[in-house]
Design a protein around this ligand. Structure first.
Ligand code: GUN
Ligand code: FE
Length: 470
């Protein structure tokens, strides 16, 4: 791969690493074998790496194209994908009952599951999501199907069978009959994934108690034990909505806080991904940090369901690892670029009440969507950036460069201007116009604030091309 490579530096979220004359060599099994940052000529490159003499080469256009690490969606509900954008004026607890549980329960039909899951995986791939931590439903066959679809489409994924056994909280038509059933069906999904991907190279199970209110103490205890025995990743929700927090207080009066409920069952551990984490107390934050549990920030969802504005700067300054999630369909968009954008935007709303230092830059939001996400899923040595030894999980971003738009007036006057733009659009270029004066930092900022999947020309996971519109 030859061209411009842009990424977040591993240890500096406030910067972008821009390499204009780069060349990356990827082995047949998808591992980055070399990264030359100042390529002089193709011949000198091949002289240095003779094994690549016959390798296929992709060379990017110098101005309008760059490689960027694939996005890592650390929190997404695949069965809710058809509902994206449909939430009305609801808030979390009524939204669950009105929109979410009915939709999820429809995946008892495997053909419904197949339609929804294949669309969800195709759509997230087309938006550059190379890794996703999925919540599925309570259904074992449909959850196994989601793992199969990720595996065959080539998306790196964590697939979690959702556990929810509390009889008073969950509807009769959609819940586990008992804590035993939560455990047994979780194990059935683990066994299936082990049978299709024994070393969890692409697809891994993830232990998924939906959230504390939906589970009995018995189920949380069993799942906590399973997490300890298997060392598998875990995911759940925490402190998303004030009524939800009150419900946790009522259901678990013997524990002092929401975070302490999970901790009591061994579920606050370095492999736990906590969705939302909006209304945490200082003490809960300290506990989460001491256990090295991770946080998935879901800004679009937090705004759509009016859950609150998560204090991401505070979490980061406190030393907590944060990644981003779309949280479809609490979140209205399957696009991680939208999650990056709303991270920057929502941080500005938080800044209006809590202070300027709460603002997150484009660079920081992109870091959270790639390197941060990699840390959240404990794969920071494998994905999230371009380094020798890491895997080629990448997206090719294309920008429409409107050449001579200012200088070449004769060339593009009147209808010709329209033709020129229509022509660029037809080539698959995106919705953002670049006039030639922009630095790479400017181009990236314009991509983040105005771009969409039309800019995502091709996507690779572990060296395999999994999506292309070229
Ligand atoms: N809390 C429990 N279940 C859910 C869910 O499906 N989405 C969100 N955003 N929060 C939840
Ligand atoms: Fe969620």
């Amino acid at each position: 791969y030859i061209g411009t490579f842009i990424q977040s530096p591993r240890d500096d979220p406030r910067k972008l690493d821009i390499c204009e004359k780069g060349a990356i060599g990827v082995s047949a099994d998808g591992v980055i074998e070399f990264f030359e940052r100042e390529m002089e000529s193709y011949d000198s490159l091949i002289a240095k790496y003779p094994a690549y003499e016959d390798a296929p080469v992709l060379t990017l256009a110098p101005k309008g194209q760059f490689f960027f690490p694939g996005f890592i969606d650390t929190h997404i509900h695949a069965p809710q994908y058809p509902n994206a954008g449909v939430f009305g004026s609801s808030t979390l607890l009524d939204w669950l009952n009105k929109y979410t549980f009915p939709r999820e329960s429809s995946l008892s039909s495997l053909s419904t599951a197949r339609t929804i899951y294949s669309r969800c995986v195709a759509r997230t791939l087309s938006h550059g999501t190379t890794t996703a931590a999925y919540y599925a439903t309570i259904h074992v066959p449909a959850t196994n199907l989601l793992a199969d679809i990720c595996s065959s489409a080539g998306q790196r994924a964590f697939v979690g069978r959702v556990c929810m056994d509390h009889k008073e909280i969950n509807p009769d038509y959609y819940r586990d009959e008992s804590a035993e059933e939560s455990l047994k069906n979780t194990c059935a999904c683990i066994d299936h994934i082990k049978s299709i991907d024994p070393n969890y190279e692409l697809v891994s199970p993830i232990i998924t108690p939906r959230f504390a209110p939906s589970c009995t103490a018995e189920a949380l205890e069993k799942l906590g034990k399973l997490a300890k025995e298997t060392n598998l990743p875990c995911q759940t929700h925490i402190s998303e909505n004030r009524n939800e927090i009150q419900l946790v207080k009522k259901l678990f009066p013997e524990h002092d806080s929401y975070a302490e409920v999970y901790d009591a069952f061994g579920l606050l551990n370095p492999k736990m991904i906590l969705g939302h984490a909006i209304h945490l107390s200082n003490k809960e934050m300290e506990l989460i940090r001491s256990r090295d549990a991770k946080v998935s920030h879901c800004p679009a969802s937090n705004s759509a369901l009016t859950s609150g504005g998560a204090r991401v700067r505070w979490l980061l300054d406190s030393g907590i690892t944060v990644g981003l999630g779309t949280d479809v369909s609490g979140g209205y968009s399957p696009s991680m670029l939208e999650a990056v954008r709303s991270t920057a935007l929502v941080s500005r709303h938080v800044a209006m009440t809590d202070g300027e230092e709460c603002k997150l830059s484009v660079e920081e939001a992109l870091y959270l969507g790639t390197r941060g996400g990699a840390k959240v899923v404990n794969l920071e040595d494998k994905i999230g950036g371009f380094e020798v030894g890491m895997e080629w999980d990448a997206q090719l971003i294309g920008l429409t460069v409107v050449e001579n738009a200012e200088n070449g007036k004769e060339e593009f006057e009147g209808d010709d201007v329209v033709d020129k733009i229509a022509f660029e659009g037809a080539k698959g270029a995106g919705p953002v116009d670049f006039f030639g004066w922009e630095s790479w930092d400017d181009r990236v900022a314009k991509w983040v604030y105005n771009g969409d999947d039309r800019n995502t020309l091709s996507v690779w996971v572990k060296g395999r091309m999994v999506w292309s519109r070229m």
